[in-house]
Design a protein around this ligand. Structure first.
Ligand SMILES: Cc1ncc(COP(=O)(O)O)c(C=O)c1O
Length: 365
């Protein structure tokens, strides 16, 4: 009976569906959502005002090229707006890149604990997702290069990576790029670039500007606090921009998102405030959680990966915190079943998680 009904292309039903971070903690008086790396500071007030203004004109189609937004991004980062494409979140762009460059039988490389959208986008095209092993929860350039075959068309790297929070220095990114065949597109996903404070880090702008096979993707969902609006952008060579523009939805970015994005990118004080908040709490969380005897992977992003003895303990800790309204992210789907990922929250949330873990461990002892 089922053989007679429409069938998805081979590979689609092999995809493990993406499971978003939880947002509800039943029974808890106050809930702190620390499961999706959102900013605890919310968006810029100016972005909210711009969003509301567009709300008065919902009958109008948006500008399908998001020209004013591309110009604002270009101005903020010193980039040619013609080399920018906006998307409904960077997810949209990652999927468009996969669709534009992959076909049945091709391969796309991601890393073992890399962002889950990469294998999903890859397999959705009928191509094979190849996982390159990491070293110390960090992308390993040599391991990636060992996975390259004549069928490789894309390499996805999140830098910094989610859910590990680790990064690879610019020299390593350049070494990877140099060793890749010229027909392989290197996608540098810099969703968390704004948070990084390392002299040896570069988000990808320089490589995109100087080569023909590198794309950088960025998002408004993290430091800009506009996750609900679904807004991201990519910067790429003109020929990649042209290919993506041919297949994207003609109005893939909505009007309120365009307006809010322009205001958000111009509110540099708000971004700086969010960066300062993160720079203060990342080391604090790493140290305080470490003092409890738990390993925390050193993070340059806005979240930490906390390691427990095994999967059972991680799940028990998750349940324990959840009862207190503290929602962390289980990362079994990222092949990290014994870990939990926690977004940096407000001071109150951060202190409550540390206290919660202390109580959990005391209770378990
Ligand atoms: C590494 C990475 N890339 C991309 C995204 C997707 O962001 P967006 O909301 O722009 O689709 C995320 C979101 O969690 C992420 O962690």
């Amino acid at each position: 009976m089922t053989a007679n009904r429409p069938q998805p292309r081979p590979g689609v039903l092999d995809i493990a569906p993406y499971i978003p971070g939880k947002s509800k903690a039943p029974g808890a008086a106050k809930v702190f959502k620390l499961s999706s790396n959102e900013t605890p500071l919310g968006p810029s007030e100016r972005a909210v005002a711009a969003y509301r203004d567009v709300g008065e004109h919902l009958e109008d189609y948006p500008d399908g090229s998001a020209t004013a937004l591309r110009e604002a991004i270009g101005e903020a980062f010193g980039l040619d707006p013609d080399r920018i494409v906006c998307g409904a979140g960077s997810d949209d762009l990652l999927n468009l890149l996969a669709r534009a460059y992959l076909k049945d039988g091709d391969e796309a490389i991601h890393t073992t604990h890399g962002f889950l959208v990469y294998p999903i986008a890859t397999m959705g095209t009928g191509a094979k997702a190849v996982a390159a092993p990491e070293t110390n929860y960090t992308a390993d350039v040599d391991a990636i290069l060992k996975c390259v075959t004549p069928r490789t068309k894309l390499v996805f790297i999140a830098n910094p990576n989610n859910p590990t929070g680790t990064y690879i220095p610019f020299d390593e990114v350049k070494r990877l790029h140099r060793a890749l065949p010229a027909n392989v597109l290197l996608i540098l996903d810099a969703a968390y670039a704004e948070y990084v404070r390392r002299n040896d880090y570069e988000s990808g702008i320089e490589l995109v500007a100087t080569t023909d096979n590198v794309v950088m993707t960025r998002t408004f969902s993290k430091i800009y606090g506009l996750a609900a609006l679904r807004l991201g952008w990519m910067y790429g060579p003109a020929h990649v921009v042209d290919a993506v523009n041919r297949i994207r939805g003609p109005f893939n970015v909505n009007g309120p998102a365009i307006a809010a994005g322009i205001a958000a990118i111009r509110d540099t004080a708000h971004v700086e405030h969010a960066r300062e908040h993160n720079s203060k709490w990342i080391p604090w969380l790493t140290e305080e959680i470490g003092k409890l005897g738990l390993k925390v992977t050193p993070s340059v992003a806005n979240f930490v990966l906390i390691h427990f003895r095994d999967e059972k303990v991680a799940n028990a800790a998750n349940d324990f915190l959840m009862k207190r309204g503290l929602i962390l992210r289980q990362v079994g789907a990222y092949k990290l079943p014994a870990a939990l990922r926690m977004s940096v929250g407000t001071e109150e949330a951060n202190r409550l998680v540390v206290q919660g873990l202390k109580d959990f461990l005391g209770k378990a002892a």
